[in-house]
Design a protein around this ligand. Structure first.
Ligand SMILES: Nc1ccn([C@@H]2O[C@H](COP(=O)(O)OP(=O)(O)OP(=O)(O)O)[C@@H](O)[C@H]2O)c(=O)n1
Ligand SMILES: C[C@](O)(CO)[C@H](O)COP(=O)(O)O
Length: 232
């Protein structure tokens, strides 16, 4: 079944939120740091909640994570996080099926740590991919010259015309993604890589430089500046 009872396709959101944020150097998991008046993940979930076409959002947190005990977001929170992002996503897909998703529904997987995504960007991804036989992802062309390093020195300048930086959301049919993640194993760092491993070519949909993943400590201040700028 690829649609609801009125014949419309169904879209689910899955937010992996079970990482430790080790590179960000915060006191706890980076997704719960307070920026622009709210925990970081609140901003992420608010953007997704504003997309009318999304049926339900499932957030995957680490086992024992008590952060969502008070949960004003409306999202379903499940403590099924795994040791890697891919494992967290794979576990979340099974949970989505338990709450009524089917293998032919679409899922949009979005990092909790990409709190600057907008409803408009998510809608652009859905518009570009809903008729696609594979699905796709938001991504950005490289803005800078690309170097390969060896022992701290430049070994080579690489062509960048065909290179993109992967962002999220990444949107695939649930059945295809489950199969791809199972085949690829827990090491792949995004959904597209797993789907590529099955021989498919996911569609690249232009994202935004503002849709960066909070990864390093400086990114908290950058993200806060962008969010506060939008609140004005
Ligand atoms: N086992 C994991 C690892 C990561 N994630 C989630 O996947 C997203 C992207 O991962 P990344 O930025 O690498 O987050 P962390 O693993 O938390 O960061 P780090 O690698 O710096 O420890 C984040 O929203 C993170 O919470 C997850 O759900 N389960
Ligand atoms: C999925 C992702 O956000 C695409 O850029 C990214 O790969 C996840 O982060 P990680 O640091 O590679 O785990």
């Amino acid at each position: 079944m690829t649609s609801d009872s009125r014949g419309k396709p169904r879209y689910w959101a899955l937010v992996p939120c079970a990482g430790s944020g080790s590179r960000a150097g915060a006191a706890g998991p980076k997704q719960y740091e307070r920026i622009a008046g709210h925990p970081l993940v609140w901003h992420t979930l608010a953007a997704i909640a504003a997309v009318k076409r999304i049926t339900r959002t499932l957030v995957v947190v680490a086992p024992g994570d008590g952060f969502f005990e008070r949960n004003p977001t409306g999202a379903l929170v499940v403590p099924c996080g795994g040791a890697t992002r891919a494992a967290s996503v794979a576990n979340g897909l099974y949970e989505l099926c338990r709450v009524g998703a089917t293998e032919s529904d679409w899922v949009l997987v979005h990092d909790a740590a990409r709190c600057l995504v907008t409803p408009e960007l998510i809608d652009q991804l859905i518009d570009a991919c809903e008729g696609d036989p594979v699905g796709g992802l938001l991504a950005q062309r490289l803005p800078d010259t690309l170097k390969r390093e060896q022992d701290g020195r430049v070994a080579e300048t690489l062509p960048r015309e065909d290179k993109w930086l992967a962002q999220t959301p990444q949107m695939f049919r649930i059945g295809l993604l489950m199969q791809a993640l199972e085949a690829a194993g827990p090491g792949v760092t995004d959904e597209a890589h797993a789907v590529e491993s099955l021989g498919h070519a996911p569609r690249l949909v232009p994202g935004s430089s503002q849709n960066f993943k909070v990864t390093w400590h400086d990114d908290f201040a950058l993200a806060e500046a962008v969010l506060k700028g939008r609140q004005r």
